[in-house]
Design a binder for this molecule. Structure first.
Ligand code: CIZ
Length: 350
């Protein structure tokens, strides 16, 4: 089964490096461009603090991929500048085809998306026509177009439990760890594509146990894209938004956090008095012991945001027929969330 997954070349993490004067200058110029272009900045939790701060200061949005797309759809602005990875720009465009969607860098990919090429995925689906196709948000528009449902990590368990209760068998893609977690939670019959997030798969259960011995007061928060043995250590498993909420809800003074460290900007703001520790990704003796940051997310930066706004570069285009098919899978999830009263993002519900 999908034994010919593409080999993914992982670029180095190169963070944008700015002096205070450069940061101030770029920020001022971007603010002017956002007004001039009737544009709004929507940034993912895993982007840099500079971008998240700017999105907040300018009336944009910092959130998970689905809320980014929903915010962009509801926004009055004509242009969305989406700081994140490519599937996020695509989802924003699918939900708002009438808007111009720009990205700071079109090379900002996602390893899960790359692991699941549309042609190979279609062939896999064709081999299993009896299964309901459920794909994770971290996929291309073309893969979403082949799916019956799209889900985010915040709702995956509930959607699959609902389908399982109807006697449906599931074909799941692309994340094998999230798929395995959902399968264990629901007991559903799930056939899994074998992709993985190159960041989350690095978390080490032994390293987390050792860190927990040093901080026995800490709660362990784990994103479900992580391996099973890491999830097994968790006090709370959840999507980005759910993990941010966890630090505000749980009484612990300290948290060990197993997800991309870009989340610390919002998490620390949500719980300023709490100590947040990065879960280890490197084994004993590794050069980088806690280095969970997506190299593609790091491709976003203030300079590139300004460039995209000034030149109109890096616009996202989706073939309209693909977009129309993909939107069915997305809308199914939105309508399920609406019917069952689930709020997918925001810190106050779910
Ligand atoms: O959908 C997202 O934004 C991602 C990548 C993860 C999450 O848990 O929110």
């Amino acid at each position: 089964m999908n034994d010919t997954l593409p080999v993914i070349a992982i670029p180095p993490v190169v963070e944008e490096s700015l002096t205070d004067a450069e940061r101030a200058d770029l920020t001022a110029r971007i603010k002017a461009q956002l007004i001039a272009q009737d544009a709004v900045l929507v940034a993912h939790y895993y982007t840099s603090a500079d971008l998240q701060r700017l999105a907040e200061e300018t009336g944009g949005c910092v959130s998970d991929s689905l809320e980014m797309a929903r915010f962009g759809h509801a926004a009055k602005a004509k242009t969305l500048i989406v700081a994140g990875v490519r599937f996020m720009g695509e989802t924003a465009k699918i939900l708002s085809p009438e808007k111009r969607v720009l990205m700071p860098d079109l090379g900002a990919e996602c390893s899960l998306d790359l692991s699941c090429p549309a042609d190979k995925f279609a062939a896999f689906c064709d081999q299993h026509p009896e299964r309901t196709v459920v794909v994770y948000a971290n996929t291309s528009a073309a893969v979403k177009a082949r799916a019956d449902w799209m889900v985010t990590s915040s709702i995956a368990v509930r959607v699959v439990a609902h389908l399982h209760a109807q006697g449906k068998k599931i074909l799941w893609a692309p994340d094998r760890f999230l798929g395995d977690y959902v399968q264990r939670q629901t007991g559903a019959d799930m056939l899994l594509w074998q992709g993985a997030c190159v960041i989350h798969e690095r978390f080490k259960a032994d390293g987390i146990r050792a860190l927990h011995r040093q901080h026995p007061e800490a709660a362990i928060l784990v994103h479900p894209e992580s391996p099973f043995e890491v999830i097994a250590l968790a006090d709370r498993v959840g999507s980005t938004t759910q993990l941010i909420r966890a630090v505000t809800e749980m009484p612990n003074p300290t948290f060990i956090v197993a997800t991309d460290n870009g989340i610390f900007y919002k998490m620390q703001a949500a719980a300023p008095g709490k100590l947040l520790l990065e879960a280890p990704t490197g084994g004993v003796g590794a050069t980088c012991v806690s280095c969970a940051h997506c190299p593609w997310m790091a491709m976003n930066g203030l300079r590139k945001v300004l460039h995209a706004l000034e030149t109109g570069a890096n616009e996202i285009h989706i073939d309209p027929a693909t977009g129309q098919r993909a939107i069915h899978a997305i809308n199914r999830m939105l309508s399920f969330a609406g019917q069952t009263g689930i709020t997918l993002a925001g810190l106050s519900a779910d």
